[in-house]
Design a protein around this ligand. Structure first.
Ligand SMILES: NC(=O)c1ccc[n+]([C@@H]2O[C@H](COP(=O)([O-])OP(=O)(O)OC[C@H]3O[C@@H](n4cnc5c(N)ncnc54)[C@H](OP(=O)(O)O)[C@@H]3O)[C@@H](O)[C@H]2O)c1
Length: 323
C-alpha cells in the first residue's frame, strides 16, 4: 500500500470532531477506499483541554492553526473552524501558498474570497475541495463538476438552509408562530444562538454564490443576489398559501435570463406538487435544470455532524487518490 496521507485538521467542533472520529474509527475501510492510509498527524482548535470524545493522542497539538500547513510531514489541510476572515482565511492562504491541498466546509470564506483563493490554487497547483460547503450530505458539488459537466445549466434552485426549512415547514404543519418555532429550533440545535445568517437568508446566499460560480460564471458574487429572509412570514401567510394549494419555502434560485443571471434568495410560494414543497424539516434539496439531462433533483440532509463529515471524507479520499 502507498504511504499515508497525513492531514492537518483545524477545528474540532461539531464537524471537525466527527471527521476525526470517522477517520480514526474506520481507518481500515477508508484506507481501502483511498488506496492508502489516512492519518490525522496534527490538530488545532482554541481550547487544548476540551474533551472532543475522540482519541487524538497520536496527533500533534498545534497552538496556532495557521502554522498547520507549514509543518513538515503534513500533506493536506482540513479547515473546519469557520469564519470568512481570521484564522480560517489565513490558514487557507498558508495552505495553498505551500502547494498543499485545502479541504474546507467554509462557505462564508469561499463566497468572500473565491477569486483570490482559486488564483492561489492555480498558481501553486494546490486543489481546493469544498463539497461540505453546500448542502452537507448532498454531493451537489460533485454532481455539478462531474456528473453534469457536459450539460448546459439554465437554472438551479434549492432549499439550501435547513434551519429556515425546519421553521417554515413546522409553522406550516402546526400553525405555531415564527418566534416559537425558532426557539424550538435553537433548543434542538438546528439554529444558532444568533440565527441572523440563517433566517435572514445570508447562509443560503453564500451557498448560492458557490453553486452559481460552478454552474454559470465564476464572477457571481453574493452582492449580486437579492436576499430576503423569513422573519416576516406569519402563520396566516402559510394558511393562505395552503388554501391556494401552495406552501412557502425559502428558495435560493440562480437562473439564466436574456441579459445575464437572475439571482435571488427569498420566501416563495410553491405548488404542493413542486419537488421542493415536499422537503420538510431540516432537509435540503437542489433542483438543476439543464440540457440535455432535463430536470434533476437531489434531496438529503444539509447539515449536522454526520452529513457534513460525509462530504469532508469524500474530499479527503479524492485527495488521497490523486496526490
Ligand atoms: N455544523 C454544521 O452542520 C455544518 C454544516 C456545513 C458546513 N459547516 C461548516 O463547517 C465549519 C465548522 O462548523 P462547526 O459547526 O463544526 O463549528 P464549531 O462547532 O463552532 O467548531 C469550530 C471549531 O473551530 C475551532 N476554532 C474556531 N476558531 C478558531 C481559531 N481562531 N483558532 C483555532 N481554532 C478555532 C473551535 O475550537 P474550540 O472547540 O476549542 O472552541 C472549534 O473546535 C464551518 O465553516 C461551518 O460553516 C458546518
Amino acid at each position: 500500500m502507498k504511504s499515508p496521507l497525513r492531514l492537518g485538521l483545524a477545528g474540532l467542533g461539531t464537524v471537525g470532531a466527527e471527521v476525526a472520529r470517522q477517520i480514526i474509527e474506520h481507518q481500515d475501510m477508508l484506507a481501502v477506499q483511498a488506496g492508502r492510509p489516512i492519518v490525522i498527524a496534527a490538530v488545532s482548535a482554541r481550547d487544548p483541554k476540551k474533551n472532543r470524545n475522540v482519541d487524538l493522542s497520536a496527533a500533534a497539538w498545534v497552538e496556532d492553526p495557521v502554522q498547520l500547513a507549514m509543518r513538515p510531514g503534513i500533506d493536506a489541510v482540513v479547515e473546519l473552524m469557520g469564519g470568512a476572515k481570521g484564522a480560517a482565511y489565513h490558514l487557507a492562504q498558508s495552505t495553498l501558498s505551500t502547494g498543499k491541498p485545502l479541504i474546507t466546509a467554509n462557505k462564508g470564506m469561499l463566497a468572500a474570497h473565491w477569486n483570490e483563493l482559486f488564483d492561489m490554487s492555480a498558481r501553486y497547483s494546490a486543489p481546493i475541495m469544498f463539497e461540505a460547503s453546500v448542502c452537507g450530505g448532498i454531493p451537489v458539488i460533485k454532481v455539478l463538476r462531474e456528473g453534469l459537466s457536459g450539460n448546459r445549466i439554465t437554472r438551479i434552485e434549492g432549499i439550501l438552509n435547513g434551519t429556515c426549512n425546519y421553521i417554515l415547514s413546522t409553522m406550516d404543519a402546526t400553525g405555531r408562530s415564527f418566534a416559537d418555532v425558532l426557539a424550538e429550533a435553537q433548543a434542538k440545535g438546528y439554529a444558532e444562538a444568533d440565527p441572523t445568517l440563517d433566517v435572514d437568508g445570508w447562509d443560503a446566499a453564500h451557498k448560492l454564490t458557490i453553486l452559481g460560480k460552478l454552474a454559470f460564471d465564476a464572477s457571481v458574487t453574493t452582492e449580486q443576489i437579492a436576499v430576503t429572509g423569513i422573519r416576516s412570514i406569519t402563520t396566516a401567510d402559510l394558511k393562505g398559501a395552503r388554501e391556494d394549494g401552495m406552501t412557502i419555502r425559502l428558495v435560493a434560485r440562480a437562473e439564466k435570463a436574456p441579459h445575464g443571471l437572475n439571482l435571488r434568495v427569498s420566501p416563495m410560494h410553491l405548488p404542493l406538487e413542486h419537488p421542493l414543497a415536499a422537503v420538510t424539516g431540516a432537509m435540503n434539496a437542489v433542483t438543476i435544470k439543464a440540457e440535455p439531462v432535463d430536470v434533476c433533483t437531489l434531496i438529503g440532509p444539509g447539515a449536522g455532524a454526520g452529513p457534513t463529515a460525509s462530504a469532508v471524507l469524500a474530499d479527503i479520499i479524492d485527495i488521497a487518490r490523486k496526490i
